[in-house]
Each structure stands twice: as structure tokens, then as C-alpha cells.
Design a protein around this ligand. Structure first.
Ligand SMILES: C[S@@+](CC[C@H](N)C(=O)[O-])C[C@H]1O[C@@H](n2cnc3c(N)ncnc32)[C@H](O)[C@@H]1O
Length: 343
């Protein structure tokens, strides 16, 4: 859909202070401007404003299956993350707030950040423009890395941002860092290695270093879905693909599970929650996710238009009304296929 134009020359685009300030304040127009610069530098047709929603929703996200770890996303999906304007704007705003905090805490040090899963390079750019002296942006997709490098060079940020290929779950930065940023946040923390990345990289974090995002809150609600009328669902589907009439029952009992990415305690990679089953035919869990980027700056569920949307896990459940059903799955893995009745 969005192919490279031939023979496009790379431009060097120095941003005005006004453009930088707007971006770091979380202005979606400033993000759009940067997305268009990215497309131009990498020889893509720009996405027309009227086509952005179609671009974000036109096809399902594509995860790499060929990389050693099986993690990583297609380059076009990294670009779709960038074009998810509100999401990107909120992350830029949170990054600026965290950077100011780090700068206050370490006034006499050269500040170093890692952007783990840098994608297009937009979040690495946000870190550098916010005040980091050195940003190491790593990604597991070679093509994405090539394009992010061109973007960073085009923005005139190569002196501060190093973009390189690496697996963030094993990468050794060989130094202590002030901040880890990682946005590998498929709803429910499935499919993407957010927990594994943070657990690995936090060993390199300075004593009072920061992690972005700070908190992920999952909201889980039992549902009864007419699965026979919803095609091709192995273990989960985005809610927007389930027609309303196929949701036969939605429980009023939602549980909320908070996951904090704190520097000192490793986050368990097993996610478990206990749900109250108030319909014996419950066979699905609606999962929604809010992300606290930093300092109260929140990306609420469904405010991101590409990823971050409501997900429905298809589960087996032999529970009866009033039972407790335990859901349990590996972060970064596949969604669970059954609810366990703890009785
Ligand atoms: C959701 S995108 C976010 C990109 C960018 N940080 C942003 O916020 O726009 C996640 C990126 O992480 C990369 N990724 C996934 N697993 C990774 C891993 N183990 N090591 C490095 N990068 C990884 C993906 O290829 C993808 O480009």
C-alpha cells in the first residue's frame, strides 16, 4: 500500500524549537509532521490525513516469526505505531516529563537512555530532544533499523542517538543507564516481550534510574461470546472484529490488575488473576489496558488506534455461576486458552 518512491533524495530536516516544544508537549500535529518527515526521508508516499484511520486499521499487526526469539514487528507496523498520533504524542509527553526528572536528579552527569524496541526511531528522537545526551535505540528488525537510522540522521540527531540492531532481551549496554524506555505493549502484555525486556535491562539501570512506562493496568471482564459465528479465532481476537450481536453476555464484575515496572523488583512473567464467573456459559475474557507512561501521564485503553485496543481471549471454562476462575498466562506469549476453577 505504501511503497517507496524511486530516487527520492534524503533530506536533512532541522526542527524549529517551536516544533520540538509542541512534540514534547504531546501535540498530535507535531507528531504528524514528524511522521511525514519519516515517510519523506525513507521514500514512502505520505499517508493522507483522510487515510490515517484506514492505514491504522487496514490489516492485522504482523509479528516477525523469523527472528531468533520470534519477537519483533514488521517495519510497516512500526510506522503504524508512529502514525497512531495520540499514542505517540502521549509517549513523547511522558518521556519529556521523565527526562526532566532525571536531569534534576543527576545534574552533573551525561544522561544515557536505552530505547528498547526503537521502531521508527520516534521515541529515541523524543528522548534526545528532551535532553538525553546519549540514546541507544535498538530493534530486532533490520529493515526498521535502516529506516530509523535515516530518520535520526535526517533530523540531525545522529550525534546523540545511536541506532543499532540488537535483541533487547539480551543486549548488554556495557554501562549504567539513567532511563529505559520500551513500548512493546500489545493489550494484555501478550505477543511482545515488554516484561522480558524490562527484567533484563533493569540490571543496567542506575540506582535512581527510571523505567517508561511505569504502570500497566489490565481490566478483565468475563464474557459469553457466540464463537461459532466468529471465524478464525484460535486464542484471541481484537474486540472490534466481534460483532455486537455475538456478545451474548457481559459480566458486571471486572477485575483490575496492576503491573508496575519498578527498578528494584523483577516483574513476574506469569500473569494471573482471579475472576468471578457470574454466567455458567462464560467462554471469553475481555481485556483492556491503560498505560501510565510517567508521572500520571496515561494512555487510556482504546485511545491508541492501532495497538492498545480491546482484546477478547477465547477460553474454555467449566465453571458454574459464582465460581472463581483463575486466568494465567506468560507475558509476551500467547493468550491463555482456559480458565481454571480454583475449587
Ligand atoms: C510497538 S513498537 C514501538 C516502536 C517505537 N518505540 C514507538 O514507540 O513508536 C515495538 C518495537 O520493538 C521491536 N522489538 C520487539 N521485540 C524486540 C526485541 N526483543 N529486541 C529489540 N526490539 C524488539 C519491534 O520490532 C518494534 O519495532
Amino acid at each position: 500500500m505504501y511503497k517507496a518512491k524511486q530516487g527520492k533524495k534524503m533530506i536533512n530536516k532541522t526542527l524549529t524549537q517551536n516544533q520540538i516544544d509542541s512534540f514534547l508537549r504531546g501535540d498530535t500535529k507535531a507528531v504528524l509532521n514528524l511522521a511525514e518527515i519519516f515517510m519523506n526521508i525513507n521514500g514512502y508516499e505520505k499517508v493522507k490525513n483522510t487515510d490515517i484511520v484506514k492505514f491504522l486499521n487496514g490489516w492485522e499487526p504482523e509479528y516477525l516469526t523469523t527472528s531468533e526469539s520470534g519477537w519483533g514487528m514488521s517495519t510497516m507496523d512500526a510506522i503504524r505505531c508512529l502514525y497512531d498520533l495520540k499514542r505517540t504524542a502521549i509517549f513523547a509527553k511522558g518521556i519529556k516529563k521523565a527526562t526532566d526528572e532525571i536531569a534534576r536528579h543527576y545534574p552533573n552527569e551525561k544522561l544515557v537512555a536505552i530505547d528498547a524496541g526503537c521502531g521508527t526511531g520516534i521515541t529515541s528522537a523524543a528522548l534526545a530532544l528532551s535532553g538525553f545526551d546519549k540514546v541507544i535505540g535498538i530493534d530486532i528488525n533490520h529493515e526498521t533499523i535502516t529506516q530509523a537510522k535515516k530518520f535520526i540522521k535526517g533530523l540531525g540527531l545522529s550525534n546523540k542517538v545511536l541506532i543499532k540492531f540488537a535483541d533487547a532481551t539480551t543486549y548488554d549496554p556495557k554501562r549504567k543507564i539513567h532511563l529505559i524506555h520500551s513500548e512493546n505493549l500489545y493489550t494484555g502484555i501478550i505477543l511482545e516481550p515488554q516484561v522480558q525486556i524490562i527484567n533484563h535491562l533493569k540490571k543496567y539501570l542506575k540506582k535512581d534510574g527510571l523505567i517508561i512506562p511505569e504502570i500497566v493496568t489490565l481490566h478483565m471482564t468475563p464474557l459469553t461470546v457466540n464463537w461459532e459465528s466468529v471465524v478464525n479465532v484460535e486464542s484471541s481476537i481484537r474486540l472490534k472484529h466481534v460483532r455486537k450481536e455475538n456478545i451474548l453476555y457481559k459480566s458486571s464484575k471486572t477485575i483490575h490488575k496492576t503491573i508496575r515496572f519498578t527498578p528494584n523488583t523483577p516483574q513476574k512473567d506469569l500473569i494471573t488473576a482471579t475472576l468471578t464467573i457470574d454466567n455458567p456459559k462464560s467462554n471469553a475474557i475481555l481485556v483492556e489496558m491503560d498505560v501510565t507512561v510517567y508521572g500520571g501521564i496515561v494512555l487510556p485503553a482504546n485511545n491508541g488506534k492501532f495497538l492498545g485496543t480491546s482484546e477478547v481471549f477465547k477460553v474454555k471454562c467449566d465453571c458454574i455461576s459464582g465460581d472463581k476462575g483463575v486466568i494465567s498466562y506468560r507475558a509476551g506469549g500467547k493468550p491463555p486458552k482456559e480458565l481454571i476453577d480454583p475449587k
